[in-house]
Design a binder for this molecule. Structure first.
Ligand SMILES: Nc1ncnc2c1ncn2[C@@H]1O[C@H](COP(=O)(O)OP(=O)(O)OP(=O)(O)O)[C@@H](O)[C@H]1O
Ligand SMILES: [Mg+2]
Length: 302
């Protein structure tokens, strides 16, 4: 389905700001695979998704979807079959249009000439049924401007819209990271359900290792532009957050660089909190709290 072959991307090549974002990434994703992607800040996770979506054209390597070579296709040419949800809840929908107008546009994505603002009764019914599955009461607010929704509601809607037209590939880049833990949890559950129900081939970046282990059937860990290791479904089922933390620490020992960044540590502390605990407190049990193997982090101040 998706075949990424030795993809490389360097930003600002030949200047003092040169950044090797992808340093030979190869990955084969089968139809229906749900791959979670973890790695420290700057590991190249977003760049990888950006090369798949066409936002960034790689310097070399090949990206195949089925038997189509899509390496150099720009984003708008891929939009009918690649969908994405971003970290920023403001990005996936238009605030000045209503829920149903946004949904109508999403449904016609890639096929649309002009804005599909007119919504028939049959379509409205279909939208209501779709919205009901989110369990946020949005099915009663079809005419409400999307700008009035909360971040969590908007992100759930973006997810629904992204998966509406049965994309061949769904790309999720930390799409729950900007939400408070409760809403993040809800959007995570919706993600899991939609991806499973529609058998969507999915790449999901997350700093939440618990989520990375629980969701999907494969996990990859990136560091400095490479895929360092991969877990298959069975290995993933057997692995624990502690195992993943140990992998990060091995990296740190090998490179001398802190491999566990604040975002990952914060997410780890969060997910180790008992359900219903306040979202921001001292690092909970199981979270690294400093010492030689991992830098300590206090969720305060982030
Ligand atoms: N558009 C860009 N222009 C210049 N440099 C970039 C660009 N996008 C990414 N980079 C650089 O490429 C490297 C990889 O960045 P990327 O955003 O892919 O990391 P990431 O794994 O998504 O990190 P994070 O967890 O912080 O989101 C970083 O050094 C980053 O600064
Ligand atoms: Mg990123």
């Amino acid at each position: 389905m998706l075949n990424i072959q030795d993809v490389r991307k360097t930003f600002f090549a030949g200047t003092v700001n040169e950044r090797v974002a992808l340093n030979g990434v190869s990955l084969t994703v089968k139809p229906g695979d749900f791959v979670t992607v973890i790695g420290s800040n700057g590991a190249g996770k977003s760049t990888l998704l950006n090369t798949v979506s066409g936002t960034i054209i790689p310097d070399s390597g090949r990206i195949m979807v089925g038997d189509r070579d899509v390496t150099r296709l720009p984003e708008h040419r891929k939009a009918t079959w690649i969908s994405r949800v971003f970290q920023d809840p403001m990005k996936g929908s238009s605030p000045t249009l209503s829920i149903e107008q946004n949904m109508a546009i999403a449904q016609r994505r890639g096929r649309s000439r002009g804005l599909a603002r007119g919504v028939t009764r049959a379509r409205r019914h279909e939208f209501e049924q779709e919205l009901k599955t989110l369990e946020l009461g949005l099915e009663h607010r079809l005419g409400a401007k999307v700008g009035l929704l909360s971040g969590g509601q908007r992100q759930a809607l973006s997810l629904l819209m992204a998966t509406f037209s049965a994309p061949e590939i769904l790309l999720l880049d930390e799409h729950t990271a900007a939400l408070d833990p409760q809403r993040a949890q809800h959007v995570t559950e919706i993600t899991e359900r939609i991806v499973n129900e529609r058998h969507l081939t999915t790449l999901m970046v997350t700093h939440n290792m618990d989520q990375a282990l629980r969701l999907g059937n494969r996990l990859i860990m990136m560091h400095e532009g490479r895929i360092l290791f991969e877990l298959d479904a069975q290995q993933k089922a057997e692995a624990t957050v502690a195992d993943l933390l140990a992998e990060f620490r091995k990296l740190q020992a090998a490179t001398g660089e802190p491999a566990l960044d604040d975002a990952t540590l914060l997410e780890t502390a969060r997910s180790a909190e008992p359900a219903g605990a306040p979202s921001r407190g001292a690092p909970a049990h199981g979270a690294p709290t400093g010492g030689s193997s991992a830098p300590g982090v206090s969720p305060e101040g982030h």
